[in-house]
Design a protein around this ligand. Structure first.
Ligand code: KG4
Ligand code: ZN
Length: 383
């Protein structure tokens, strides 16, 4: 029998963040992320073998920490109306007990897309725990995690502070815009688990463009947060950069051209001896503007073509407040609400989004049939 609100221990190691979380239904009890950004910074990008070793070194500690924090959250919220079976589990916490893997109803893990070597670490650990504790295993697509993250609630059962998330069975179809370091996708969400990719990037992902431009501007890695920061003091109309894929490519994206355009601009400025703080800020602001324009143009085209009830945003690039504001402004013209996760730590890679997606899979009875045969899929696709 499937529990109404299963307690799930979720893991995510698809790239450079070692993550574990405990969720109860849509509620997030803990969400621990051990970032490897410092390790990869000197290489200017993620090095798979370095990521694999770091995941191996950290995964046990991250798992323990997620269970420890879940215990604290559960104790704080024992009075909150919660499923009977969860309560019985957590009742002994009152007497100083701790949650452990034994208390979980399921183990969940990302199986792809991502770096093969990195994915393997989470999958191996999930298999080990599933077998050792005899818990059913749920395999989750990383992009579905980003897509469903807006459905998450905090440990008290509250969702995003800004929006009412449509109930799981109503409110569809929605459009999902997923913008991360590895992917840029428009997804028609006909229902949970029922997706169609409407468009995606033909080359670089949006986050990748931010990372590359960050490097060109001498701002380091990852580029997204630093480009956003210095763009605040720049003039977004200072440079006339091309808006990526404007008026072409249907619902697909392309970000290799803008990268080249920024590169030429940096060369030109350096040649003219105009490479200074002000021009760097202006270039960052102009780049961010055309990135936002390209994303809103494609999203707008999609909502014009498909009759949807709202927009789900996911992936690291939605951390960008300027981009979120431009998307919201644009969608308001169509009377569409834009849904984002309640916690900004759920924009970038994390395991809570994997736990939430696993919960919806458990409701559909989608467990891994043969634990030993679960394999990574670095190129997994949502549809
Ligand atoms: O979803 P995510 O954590 O990892 C992937 O699955 O790829 O996304 C990481 C990406 C990086 O490329 C990073 O530069 C970008 O998200 N990012 C941002 C911002 N914060 C993170 N891009 C633009 N503005 C930001 N504030
Ligand atoms: Zn991601």
């Amino acid at each position: 029998m499937i529990r109404e609100n299963p307690v799930i221990l979720a893991m995510e190691t698809s790239l450079d963040e070692t993550c574990a979380a405990v969720t109860v239904g849509r509620r997030v009890l803990s969400n621990v992320v051990s970032s490897q950004v410092e390790l990869h910074r000197k290489y200017g990008g993620v090095v798979p073998i370095v990521a694999k070793r770091a995941h191996e070194e950290r995964i046990n500690a991250v798992l323990s920490e997620s269970i420890k924090r879940a215990t604290i959250a559960a104790k704080r919220n024992l009075s909150v109306e919660i499923e009977q079976h969860v309560l019985s589990k957590f009742n002994r916490l009152r007497d100083g007990g701790k949650l452990d893997v034994e208390d979980m109803d399921s183990i969940a893990v990302t199986y792809g897309p991502g770096q093969a070597l990195a994915l393997e670490v989470g999958i191996d650990k999930a298999k080990e725990l599933s077998k050792k504790y005899d818990k059913p295993l749920i395999a989750v697509d990383h992009m579905e995690g980003h897509l469903l993250a807006p459905f998450a609630q905090n440990s008290r059962g509250r969702g995003s502070a800004f929006v009412e998330i449509p109930e799981c069975n109503g409110g569809f179809p929605l459009i999902g815009l997923l913008i991360s370091g590895g992917h840029t996708q428009l997804v028609l969400v006909k229902g949970i688990g029922d997706y169609k990719i409407l468009g995606e990037t033909l080359d670089d992902a949006a986050g990748e463009a931010f990372d590359k431009v960050g490097r060109m501007l001498g701002l380091g890695y990852p580029g997204g947060p630093v480009v956003e920061e210095i763009a605040k003091n720049g003039d977004e109309d200072a440079f006339n950069l091309p808006v990526p894929m404007e008026g072409k490519g249907k619902l697909n994206f392309s970000y290799s051209g803008i990268k080249t355009a920024v590169l030429y601009k940096t060369r030109e400025l350096k040649k003219k001896n105009s490479w200074n703080r002000e021009t760097i800020q202006n270039l960052a602001a102009s780049f961010q503007r055309v990135m936002a324009q390209s994303l809103t143009i494609k999203l707008e085209a999609a909502v014009k073509e498909y009759n949807v009830n709202g927009v789900l945003l996911g992936g690291g690039v939605i951390s960008n407040i300027y981009i979120r504001r431009k998307i919201r402004q644009n969608m308001r013209e169509y009377g569409l609400k834009v849904y984002i996760p309640y916690d900004d730590r759920m924009f970038t890679d994390n395991a809570a989004m994997i736990g939430i997606s696993a919960y919806f899979k458990a409701r559909r009875n989608e467990f891994v049939k043969n634990v030993d045969s679960l394999d990574r899929n670095p190129n997994a696709k949502l549809d």
